[in-house]
Design a protein around this ligand. Sequence first.
Ligand code: AMP
Length: 225
Amino acid sequence: MYIIFLGAPGAGKGTQAANAARQLNLVHLATGDLFRQALEQGTALGLQAKSYMEKGTLVPDEITIRMVLERISAPDLKSRVVFDGFPRNRKQAEALDKALAGQGKAIDKVMYINVSEKELVRRLSGRWSCHKCQTPYHITDAPPKIQGRCDRCGGELYQRSDDTAEAVKRRLQVYFAETTPLIDYYSRSNKLVEIDGEGEVAEVTERLIAAIAGEKSVPVRQKWA
Ligand code: AMP
């Protein structure tokens, strides 16, 4: 099973993909997390990605696609993957389709998590993440039990450098220009399932799990009008 979680920065892809992966026994593959880990470890990949991530722009396709294709050919993935933050443009989507087709596989569903712009900005500006395990928190919506410490692993919490006001604006622009065309791309192959991403985290997870399990697309109000 190959599932893509699609949505703007702040739509909750990371949190929801982690929840869905736990409940459905899928491997959670988050390109942003892979880049951040590479950056922390000071690898060549991390150094290549650094300046793009800081600006809030996309890491070049050649680097990103190579990283993902290497990862999905690893035996531990067992063909059960939830993609979070990939693909982010048409070139990446086509490269993924081609690589899977070469192995006689295909994307099963694309979960489009729809959240209004106002809510995205509110979420992103209050977001903190764990340095060690990447668990996301929010200063008002999901605060940690102990200030500055991760509930799950005790790691130190930090605010991502790309969650500053300027970088958030840039990331949303990049999303609208590069990633929203994928909504059409996957609609055409009938793979897109639209989910209302607002409300309690657990409620959104329930909607997603129900939709992955087979129920048809859930229509949502047009948030971007
Ligand atoms: P995220 O954690 O998904 O918001 O990603 C953080 C940053 O990593 C993005 O702003 C990009 O700079 C980079 N990144 C993550 N995924 C991709 C991707 N699929 N293509 C290009 N850059 C990416």
